[in-house]
Design a protein around this ligand. Structure first.
Ligand code: FE2
Length: 239
């Protein structure tokens, strides 16, 4: 069993870091290095056939199969698994559920919120590998009154919303020059590049404010993993 629940002091500290200080909160070593290593080996192996073809966010509904998309090249991937799908990697699935519970602790939501679609929202997790130098995710903010052509549900302004990233790569070891750019000082200020400007890397959990501008760009891969990470969005599921 993975033990990472926050005690009440840590919850207060996490909220302070996220909402008053940095815009994000880190749990170093969320995954053990052995788990991280085996997880990486598994997800960069030849598993593409396990996933259905691309599904639009607006078409996701209870029972949608796990699916993938490759862009901008065939070597860049996003493998998307919903909470109702049979996981191809049970350990990753467990880490994701735990990470969501920690997010729920910070948000004062029920511990299992989004762990079942009956709660009104449901988890999806995306294992993403970027090995391209393009602006793979253009600069944007979520739940910030920005138009969305393909939203995961209601996208009304809500600066309390949080996103999760589990890092599976190390800057300057697996990739360099760019990656996750976080505009915590404003849309037009210089961004923080995770792993370069802070001590975040393989196996670390980051919970961050969705409404802060962010992008993924300028990745130069070094290892087979490139810039590999898992994000954990929630989808509104209407019954
Ligand atoms: Fe985003």
């Amino acid at each position: 069993m993975i033990k990472h629940f926050l005690d009440s002091k840590s919850v207060i500290n996490a909220r302070h870091k996220i909402y008053n200080e940095d815009g994000y909160f880190v749990i170093k070593g969320f995954m053990t290095s052995k788990d991280a290593e085996e997880t990486i080996d598994f997800w960069v192996s030849d598993i593409g056939d396990e996933f259905a073809g691309f599904v639009k966010n607006t078409d996701v509904t209870s029972g949608t199969p796990k699916y993938k998309y490759n862009r901008p090249t065939d070597r860049d991937f996003a493998y998307c698994t919903h909470i109702w799908n049979e996981p191809i990697d049970e350990r990753m699935h467990e880490y994701v559920v735990i990470s969501n519970m920690i997010r729920n602790q910070i948000l004062s939501k029920p511990l299992y919120f989004a762990a079942h679609e009956a709660t009104g929202q449901a988890l999806q997790y995306r294992v993403n590998r970027t090995v391209s130098s393009d602006r793979v995710v253009k600069k944007h903010a979520d739940y910030f009154s920005e138009y969305r052509a393909d939203p995961t549900g209601s996208h009304v302004f809500d600066p309390s919303r949080l996103e999760i990233t589990i890092f599976l790569s190390d800057y300057d070891k697996d990739y360099t020059s760019g990656g996750f750019c976080f505009y915590k000082n404003g849309e037009n200020a210089k961004p923080i590049i995770f792993g370069r400007d802070n001590a975040v890397g393989r196996g670390d959990l980051v919970i961050w404010r969705y409404s802060i501008f962010h992008e993924v760009s300028n990745v130069t891969p070094i290892s087979e993993a490139g810039f590999l990470r898992v994000i954990v969005p929630t989808f509104d599921i209407y019954s």
